[in-house]
Design a protein around this ligand. Structure first.
Ligand code: ZN
Length: 340
């Protein structure tokens, strides 16, 4: 009898039920009138008197153990059933699919690329780590130009001087060195300046530059191309104006403004009440830059332009702080999930 009690005890201990039927089978097996435990009680009368006290105690413990187990399993099964009723089925496979969203800078860059590709511009890219020739010298930057100062440029090597490119103009030089005109290309990419990081400035930002070199390219071609861009990017009624400017690598040079696409030119905080917002720099490629790249400047002329993607994105989405672009805070990024 002692052996049976020990055996049932460990069986009861190990038992688990996945549903109410199994639990009922368990109850019938051990506790029903003809179950194993009542049968042991029936045999109790045959136990020798000196063992009765000990055996009786063990039998009662076994019965309580079985009853406790049934109560416990019943509670657990009921708890699971309640969860299914509440709409949470823990047995279902996990759904990991969550649609992400494009970064606002990618959205604007893609839009710029699409606009220029519609009029035959191809996309080209170049290295972010550049030598002095491609980043400065070939673009007519004099040795004492302030952009070459340590304050403005990240130098990562001396003799020869290696820099993190400060503009994507270096890709224009590589394009003209490697390919023969006609060239009609745009260069989107990341650039680096040694700037203190604030709401309005960052040490990393993105540009799109463009280059068109062929026979008889004139300033009229430049204006018409950028006029087309402004209309496609900012809307049909957009006005443009060109202000004279200076860049070492273009002559003549200009800044292009577009009429404020928020207030339509009436004046608002975005355009600082001027009605105009500055969008890009442009100009005719300096003949000496063409010559630096092995292109005959008597035969070919060209224009170039460049714009900051952050600036256009800030204006387009009214973003207050440039640092948001690089923090990758999903609360910021999720706001662009509706934009294709
Ligand atoms: Zn305005």
């Amino acid at each position: 009898m002692q052996e049976l009690i020990t055996q049932y005890f460990s069986e009861i201990d190990r038992f688990t039920a996945v549903n109410a039927d199994e639990l009922e089978q368990f109850r019938i097996k051990y506790l029903s009138k003809k179950g194993l435990i009542p049968s042991l009680f029936d045999e109790f009368k045959n136990v020798a008197p000196e063992l009765r006290r000990e055996m009786g105690q063990a039998l009662n413990e076994l019965k309580n153990k079985a009853q406790d187990k049934i109560n416990l399993l019943r509670e657990q099964l009921e708890a699971n059933t309640t969860e299914v009723k509440s709409g949470i089925d823990l047995s279902l496979p996990v759904d990991f699919s969550q649609a992400g969203s494009r970064h606002p800078l990618s959205i604007v860059r893609n839009e710029i690329v699409q606009i220029f590709s519609r009029i035959g511009f191809i996309v080209a890219e170049g290295p972010e780590i550049e030598d002095d020739w491609h980043n400065f010298s070939a673009l007519n930057f004099q040795p004492d130009h302030p952009a070459r100062d340590m304050q403005d440029t990240f130098f990562i090597g001396k003799d020869p001087e290696i820099v993190l490119r400060t503009h994507t103009s270096s890709v224009q030089i590589r394009a003209m060195e490697q390919r023969k005109p006609p060239l009609r290309e745009i260069y989107p990419g990341r650039v680096f300046r040694n700037e203190a990081i604030s709401a309005r400035a960052h040490c990393i930002f993105h540009q799109v530059e463009g280059l068109y070199v062929d026979h008889d390219v004139s300033f009229a071609d430049l204006k018409q191309t950028l006029y087309y861009f402004a209309h496609e990017m900012f809307g049909e009624g957009t006005q443009v104006r060109f202000r004279p400017s200076y860049f070492p690598f273009t002559e003549p040079s200009a800044e292009m403004d577009v009429s404020c696409f928020v207030c339509g030119g009436k004046g608002c905080p975005i355009c600082k009440y001027s009605g105009w917002v500055e969008i890009l720099g442009c100009g005719m490629v300096d003949p000496s830059v063409l010559e630096n790249c092995g292109i005959n400047s008597e035969e070919y002329t060209g224009f170039a332009f460049g714009m900051g993607i952050e600036r256009i994105t800030i204006l387009k989405y009214r973003i207050q702080d440039i640092r948001l672009f690089f923090e990758n805070d999903v609360r910021f990024l999720k706001q662009f999930s509706g934009v294709v």
